[in-house]
Every structure is written in C-alpha cells, then in structure tokens.
Write a protein that binds this ligand. Structure first.
Ligand SMILES: *Cc1c(COP(=O)(O)O)cnc(C)c1O
Length: 361
C-alpha cells in the first residue's frame, strides 16, 4: 500500500478467513466433511426453483424480499416485518457490527467462538474482547464478567462451532438478563435446527429489544453455495439494518431457491432425523476407539486426540483415504478435528479409517 492511501483502523489486523478444505491432491472425489454442509445436498425443489429463476435473469430482484420473509415467518411462527434477509447470515452479522459498533466500542465473544466474529469487530473499527470458555462450553459468568460500559455487541453461536456444545434455555435467559440495555446480544443460530427443541433464541428476541437471532440456509438446507441467511430482531433494529444493506443484496436466484427450500418441510425433517441418528453413531464410534468428544447439538462432532501430533497424523490418514475434515487449531484446539456428520455410509467410512489409524498406531 502506498503511504498516501490510508486503510481504516483495524482492517490490517484481520487475517484472511480460512475455509474448510475442498480438495486433496491426487484424489478425484474426496468425501468432504470439512464445512458442515448437508450430506444430502439441497432439496430438489430448491434446485428446480433456481433453474426456473434462471429464465428471468434480466430482471432485478425484489428489494424487500417479501415472499421469502413471508415463507420464513410462516414456518417459524414469526412476524415477517421483524425479519431481514442477507447474503448468508454472514451479511447480517456484518451489518450488525457496522451499525452498532465502531472505534472505542467493544465487541465480545468467547475463546473458541466462530472465527468471523473477530473479523466483524475489526472491520467496524471496534475492539474485539474475548471471554474464556470452560470445558469447551460458553461460560455465561465469564462472559458477563467481560461486559463493560463499552460493550456494544456480544456474538454467541448456539450451538457453537467448532465444539458443537450449546447453552440451554435457562443459561441463555440468564445471559440475556445480564446484558445491559445498550448492548446487543446476537444469537448466531447457524446450527439451531440440529439442537432438538431449541427455537434459535426466537422467544428471547420476541421478549427483548436487545436480542437478535441470525439463521442460515447454508447448513441444514444445503444451500451454502447460494448464500442466503436471515435475521430476526425488533422492528427498530431491522429498520436500522435495512438502511445499510444493499437494496439488491439478494439475487433473484437466491431468493427463489431459499423460498422453495424453506417450504420443503419433508426434506428438512428427513435430514434432521438422519443427522441425529448418524451423529449418535459417530459420537459412539469415536468414543469406542478411545477418541474423546463432547455430545454435539449440531451437524458435526469435534474429535479430540491425545495431542496435536496425533490429530495431524489422523488428519493425514483420513486424507490418504480420501476424507477431508477440518483442523481447528485456529480455534484453539490443536489436538482436535471437526468432522461433519455425513450419511450412514460416510460415517462408516470415517469410523473404519480411524479404526485403522488407531490400530496401526
Ligand atoms: C456456517 C456458519 C455460519 C453461516 O454462515 P453463512 O454466511 O450463513 O453461510 C454462521 N455462523 C457460524 C458459527 C457458522 O458455523
């Protein structure tokens, strides 16, 4: 950068986001369990809607996303005017930081929290503040202890990535009770559907002016490539976010695909049933092999090995048999691998490979 051009403060402290790997050298079609994608793909109805939308690409998309918001509202029992749609939930999380945090403000999240939270804080020029976790779980008391007069935004993923652990309703309410009125509690519900009985925090949002929920079509709905997410908040907050979002942020293709996806409840139910079954198999199988893992409320499991060396060796072995998982050293877990729950045959392949790895060790 030439010296004459000044970058806004914080931005050069951002390290580029590292996504899950998608290729192995010399392997044509690896089993990709590195990005928590839906192993069944997207609903065929979503794919059909996308193909239909391709016939009208010359038309500008809707700016108010009314149809998609209406569909989401009906499925979740929410008010459509309190919903905002974004280019992935990433965009909603970014808009929140842009609108509500800036230089001198603090953005709080936890030790092993999603790596983008730091990026959102720094992008807004705000100061990232990290609260410790306890036994790979968000620690409500430790979070509360880090809240100051400068805290404007708290990001919590529930269930959390990469641990898969979750706060229950009682703990979440206790946290919400302790957040000052001038600070927003953002409940990132990227994996909310996989946590049986959890509403993603919707009831907390309905009851309070300073709680926001974000959701995504990238995980359960298998539409990571389409980039659709949404947020639910008070009308006042939604109004603020709508002022800064691009009027044409969502493509017509994305809007059509997501609308079809959210209305295909049968596909969703099948995926959820399958995930719960295969997740239990994966957790049980790992533990049988002597590989520790916490109970997961998401669509992935974090497998903990003896140390970093063993985790790297296990990762190399999985790669050698064409399986891609996620190293999570960047999240503070050098000894662990995050494994997306796959189809039955995928879980069998992973467990067989790890059994061979353990047997050879
Ligand atoms: C995957 C993920 C998201 C979703 O991102 P999109 O932009 O909606 O694809 C958000 N938060 C967490 C913790 C995630 O793991």
């Amino acid at each position: 950068m030439t010296t004459a051009i000044r970058v806004q403060p914080g931005i050069m402290d951002i390290a580029l986001y590292q996504g899950g790997a998608s290729q192995i050298d010399g392997q044509a079609d690896p089993l990709k369990l590195s990005s928590n994608e839906n192993p069944f793909g997207a609903s065929p109805k979503a794919a059909e809607a996308v193909a239909d939308a391709a016939l009208k690409l010359h038309r500008y998309p809707s700016t108010d996303h009314a149809r998609l918001r209406q569909s989401i509202a009906e499925v979740h029992g929410l008010a459509p005017e309190r919903i905002i749609c974004g280019v992935g939930s990433d965009e909603i999380l970014t808009l929140l930081a842009m609108a509500f945090a800036g230089p001198g403000d603090e953005v709080l999240y936890t030790e092993h929290g999603f790596s983008l939270y730091r990026i959102f804080a720094l992008s807004a020029g705000a100061t990232p503040v990290v609260a410790p976790e306890t036994d790979r779980r968000v620690d409500v008391d430790a979070l509360i202890a880090k809240i100051t007069q400068a805290t404007r935004l708290i990001y919590i993923a529930n269930p959390a990535n990469p641990t898969g652990t979750a706060l229950d309703r009682v703990e979440l309410t206790r946290l919400a009770d302790a957040v000052p009125e001038n600070c927003l509690l953002v409940l990132d519900g990227a994996y909310a559907e996989f946590f049986d009985g959890y509403d993603g925090g919707a009831s907390l949002v309905t009851a309070r002016a300073n709680v926001v929920m974000t959701r995504t079509f990238s995980k359960l709905y298998g539409l990571g490539g389409l980039r659709v997410g949404w947020g639910y908040a008070s009308r006042d907050i939604i109004d603020v976010l709508n002022r800064i979002r691009g009027p044409f942020n969502m493509s017509s293709v994305a809007l059509s695909g997501a609308e079809a996806a959210v209305n295909d409840r049968r596909f969703v139910e099948t995926c959820l049933t399958e995930n719960a079954e295969q997740r239990a198999r994966l957790v049980g199988g790992l533990r049988q092999l002597g590989i520790a893992c916490d109970d997961s409320q998401a669509n992935f499991v974090m497998a903990r090995f003896a140390d970093e060396d063993e985790a790297l060796a296990a990762d190399a072995h999985l790669k050698s048999v064409g399986i891609l998982v996620r190293l999570v050293k960047g999240y503070g877990f050098p000894e662990a691998l995050r494994i997306t729950v796959g189809r039955a045959e995928d879980v069998t392949r992973v467990l067989d490979a790890l059994a061979n790895f353990k047997g050879a060790a």
